[in-house]
Ligand binder design. Structure first.
Ligand code: PMP
Ligand code: GLU
Length: 398
């Protein structure tokens, strides 16, 4: 086994397994073995894809959409994306600036691969989405973590950004609404970051807006909306979350021509275009008014209240109030160094494993998100499951 691993590339041997997917796989395994596990680990809506989108996919099959698609996406889909960017973000893109990919994860990977040379630094405000640091490393980049705390609502300040920038800084990556903290950068907060970036013209921004519509406070602002940031920002988005389409695997970017062209070139050698049926369905999804998916957002909002209320009743779970996405990211340092059911909890990872074993609830350790004293719980689960999970956690830690 050891020798076989040595046969593999250093690249893959150094890569971490995705913590979210690993925990989801573990929970699935335990369920199959008969354990009654409540899965709050994976960030995946528990709704079905809306019927009007499914019908568009069936229509596409019947209309014989079965050939390779243009590498960077059907022209009609690009037009739907352009209209969406205009409608929701007042952003103007041309077709040549849009690249459709096999999920926003591939969009991010493409951007890292085309922008980074070995040793280039990428600033990641913590907590960040789990795959950012490994995607950056895979591309030869160096993640530079900027820690934040609950006191700043897990947001990076302009001063912190300034202090993190070096001559090697090539990019800044963040998500807003944020996975895992649920925080949303306001226009003013983004302006303060943009002012710092004006002094460092070599820094390209990746603004991951995949949770844009899952926003409980209103007001979504995109970095590219600032005229002086437009040419150096890649806006990443996708349909997995808001349209409950995780398995359809469609994500996209809008960005500067040179980056879009490079992503197109890379994708052409690696995956070709994204799935043809899914692309057709996404045209219909993006053309629909947001009111079509509002019922899911309303449900997430109710669940956010429910989980925050229930967590407030369990000692040692210090939460910020997430403004978007469907995660809570409590600080659980209260339990670190303590003994629970005869086990020493050395870190958040131990605590997450403890919850899996003694509360039958799957969560994800904050370490994977650059938030070492936290764990992440997804509330994209039914209210019954959330209630049951919180009761079991309360019992296990008491
Ligand atoms: N960015 C963030 C912040 C996410 O939470 C996810 C969830 N998987 C992705 C990107 C990737 O989404 P997908 O590949 O399903 O489009
Ligand atoms: N984005 C989701 C999460 O953070 C899906 C899992 C993944 O793609 O890693 O749980």
């Amino acid at each position: 086994m050891e020798t076989q691993t040595q046969q593999l590339s250093d690249r893959i041997n150094k890569l971490e397994t995705s913590a979210t997917l690993a925990m989801a796989a573990k929970a699935r395994e335990l369920k199959e073995a008969g354990k009654d596990i409540i899965g709050l680990s994976l960030g995946e809506p528990d709704f079905n894809t809306p019927d009007f989108i499914k019908e568009a996919a069936i229509q596409a099959i019947n209309d014989n959409y079965n050939s390779y698609t243009p590498v960077d996406g059907y022209a009609e889909l690009k037009d739907a994306i352009i209209t969406k960017f205009k409608r929701d973000n007042t952003l103007d893109y041309q077709r040549s600036q849009i690249v459709v990919s096999t999920g926003a994860k591939q969009s991010l990977y493409n951007v890292a691969m085309v922008c980074l040379n070995p040793g280039d630094e990428v600033i990641l405000p913590c907590p960040y989405w789990v795959s950012y640091s490994d995607i950056v490393k895979l591309a030869g980049g160096v993640p530079v973590e900027v820690p934040t705390t609950i006191d700043s609502d897990f947001k990076m300040t302009a001063e912190q950004l300034e202090a993190a920038i070096t001559p090697k800084t090539k990019m800044l990556w963040y998500s807003s609404p944020c996975n895992p903290s649920g925080s949303i950068y306001s226009k003013e907060e983004l302006r303060a970051l943009a002012d710092v970036l004006q002094k460092h013209p070599q820094v390209v921004v990746v603004s991951d807006e995949i949770y844009e519509h899952i926003n409980y406070v209103g007001g979504h602002f995109s970095m590219a909306q600032f005229e002086d940031m437009y040419d150096r920002t890649v806006t990443v988005n996708g349909v997995s979350k808001a349209f409950a389409m995780t398995g359809w695997r469609i994500g996209y970017i809008g960005g500067p021509n040179y980056i879009a062209r490079a992503c197109n070139k890379l994708q052409g050698q690696v995956t070709s275009g994204a799935n043809c049926i899914a692309q057709r369905a996404v045209i219909t999804a993006l053309q629909a008014p947001i009111s079509e998916i509002q019922y899911m957002i309303d449900q997430f909002k109710e669940r956010r209240k429910l989980i925050l209320d229930l967590l407030a009743d369990i000692p040692g779970f210090e939460c910020n109030k997430p403004e978007g996405a469907f995660y809570v990211f409590p600080n659980i340092s209260h339990y670190i160094g303590k003994e629970l059911k005869g086990q020493t909890i050395n870190d958040a990872s131990d605590f997450s494993m403890f919850l899996l074993e003694y509360a039958n609830v799957a969560t994800v350790t904050g370490d994977a998100f650059g938030g070492p004293n936290c764990i992440r719980l997804s509330y994209a689960a039914s209210q019954e499951e959330i209630k049951k999970a919180m009761a079991q956690i309360k019992k296990a830690v008491s």
